[in-house]
Design a protein around this ligand. Structure first.
Ligand code: G16
Length: 544
């Protein structure tokens, strides 16, 4: 077939380094950018097949998000704007790892297994982050689409959540919104402005927010959005990419892991600040107090704020909708206790990766999902959206109920339900704080985090670690879980787990305990156990 000749021809311009193996991990393929050209071309091929199969537009985002500048990666986006299915992740791994001579065999195998109609039209939306390597790598994706005669639309520089949004808008024929960056700003900002009308007596200080853009795409997009919200929210953007390096000593991942402010940010005591990550799908808030102490409000605190707000509105409208919060093993123990015992909401725990959280959240009328690292959003079921919409129009509803229903309606519109989105989450959080007349300190005081520490350990092959129970227990290598169990017993209110990262070549270690000294000591001791039992490389982990 002529189509396959084109694949052969173009793939020779994007050859696979022999023997190189990549895995579709937590959020797609990630590696040093110099190893990814063939992976991008082949992801373009696969996205085209997926589009033919689903008869819908598929998205391909070129980004390595929180990873260092020299890395890159790619995420595949399914028709409703969510992550591609596990089955197709498997195909992606097979296709990307096929040696050059076997590419067509693997490609035809997928076509056959999925009975893809090759005469069906295909449409692929492509976006990229600000990494210098993203220019040629996104071109490789476009070449892959072209090789199978697919149509592509190159959105250029966009945040990951913007591309997810665009794919969903396209496939819902505009029902979710207009598939343009401008349409995205309009929808979210109009909803924000409507929400903020319910806030009384907002001072200028409350209307100001300092944002660390991680020297990435989020900073660019905030500048584009500014004029839409200027009257209600004044944003000062730091680490806007004009001088600093992407994610270097800044950004949401740095702030969460190091539990300290990013460099390059001017902060006055008590001032509300937040950090985005490299592709603007994560956000964390923070402030320093008058004693100079740093306070982090991470994904768990965000989930608590949002679910409290939603629960109060549901009570006001009198709708019996089931609301749940989905977390991962990284969720601070205090947050889970607060949600279950004080707020009385259902809490679920899944494996790391928004694809898992998203899935679990879909089982409820309203599913609030957040990873502790600040990656998350809220999902409303169709039934929930309809009931809320009906109430806003019901002539027999009293003013108080109608106002609450309208607030819920605008909340739905400010949220990007396709995936975690730093811009959308920020607008929602800012609106909630303003409506509730709440300072960042009052929000922080909802519950007190248990002191915690996250570390990374380098091992020869991180796949030797296998986990179960939503990653809370290690089943291999032998003896590791027993070692963790006996270390945890030494400390009060302690918990610890380890898991192989799906985005970096490291094993992640998490520990929490009654005091910071205990959490630090436990994290270090567990790191040593990983180093000794799971094939650590380089120097032994040192105490903090
Ligand atoms: C990605 C995923 C997140 C995950 C993070 C870290 O974030 O989308 O769900 O929490 O990686 O994953 P891991 O611990 O497996 O390395 P991002 O923002 O880098 O795309």
């Amino acid at each position: 077939m002529a189509q396959f000749q084109e694949v052969s021809k173009l793939s020779s311009q994007h050859p696979k380094p022999p023997g190189l193996v990549l895995q579709y991990g937590t959020a797609g393929f990630r590696s040093n950018a110099k190893h990814l050209d063939h992976a991008m071309f082949r992801t373009g091929l696969l996205a085209t097949l997926r589009s033919k199969k689903t008869k819908a537009t598929i998205g391909v985002m070129v980004t390595a998000s929180h990873n260092p500048e020299e890395d890159n990666g790619v995420k595949l986006i399914d028709p409703m704007g969510n992550m591609v299915t596990a089955e197709w992740e498997g195909y992606a791994t097979q296709l990307v790892n096929a040696e050059q001579d076997d590419l067509l065999i693997v490609l035809k195998d997928i076509i056959e297994k999925e009975t893809v109609n090759m005469s069906q039209e295909a449409n692929v939306f492509v976006g990229k982050d600000t990494r210098s390597s993203s220019v040629s790598l996104s071109q490789a994706v476009l070449d892959g689409v072209l090789a199978l005669s697919g149509h592509s639309k190159d959105y250029g520089l966009v945040t990951t959540p913007q591309l997810h949004y665009m794919v969903c808008c396209q496939n819902t024929q505009g029902k979710y919104g207009e598939p343009t960056v401008e349409g995205y700003y309009r929808k979210l900002c109009q909803a924000f402005i409507q929400l903020i009308k319910n806030a009384s007596n907002c001072t200028d200080d409350q209307k100001h927010l300092s944002v660390d853009g991680a020297n990435g795409i989020g900073a660019l997009k905030l500048h584009e959005m500014e004029s839409h919200v200027k009257s209600e929210l004044q944003i000062s953007v730091f680490n806007d990419g004009s001088k600093g390096k992407l994610n270097y000593e800044c950004g949401a991942d740095f702030v969460k892991m190091q539990q300290k402010p990013p460099t390059g940010m001017e902060m006055s005591p008590g001032e509300r600040c937040c950090s985005y990550d490299g592709d603007a799908d994560r956000i964390v808030y923070y402030y320093t107090d008058s004693e100079g102490q740093f306070h982090l409000l991470d994904g768990d605190k965000i989930a608590t704020l949002i679910s409290t707000f939603l629960k109060e509105l549901l009570t006001q409208v009198g709708l019996d909708l089931k609301i749940a919060v989905v977390q991962t093993a990284y969720a601070n123990g205090s947050s889970t206790r607060y949600l279950e015992d004080t707020m009385k909401v259902i809490v679920r725990c899944t494996k790391t990766g928004v694809k898992h959280l998203h899935h679990a959240a879909q089982e409820f009328d309203i599913g609030v999902y957040f990873e502790a690292n600040g990656h998350g959003t809220v999902l409303f079921s169709e039934v929930a959206e309809e009931k809320i919409q009906l109430l806003t129009q019901d002539p027999n509803t009293n003013d108080e109920r109608k106002r609450a229903a309208q607030l819920l309606q605008n909340t739905i519109n400010v949220i990007n339900q396709t995936v975690g989105d730093a811009i959308s989450d920020m607008l929602l959080i800012e609106a909630i704080l303003a409506i509730k007349g709440m300072t960042v300190q009052q929000w922080d005081a909802i519950y007190t985090d248990l002191p915690n520490r996250q570390l990374k350990v380098k091992v020869a092959d991180r796949r030797v670690i296998d986990t179960t129970d939503a990653e809370r227990r290690a089943v291999s290598p032998a003896g590791l879980q027993e070692a963790i169990d006996s270390l945890v017993k030494k400390y009060k209110l302690a918990r610890s787990f380890v898991r192989p990262s799906g985005t970096e070549d490291v094993v992640r270690v998490y520990a929490e305990a009654e005091t910071q000294e205990s959490a630090d000591a436990l994290a270090h001791e567990v790191s040593l156990a990983v180093y000794r039992l799971a094939g650590g490389v380089g120097d032994e982990p040192k105490p903090l």
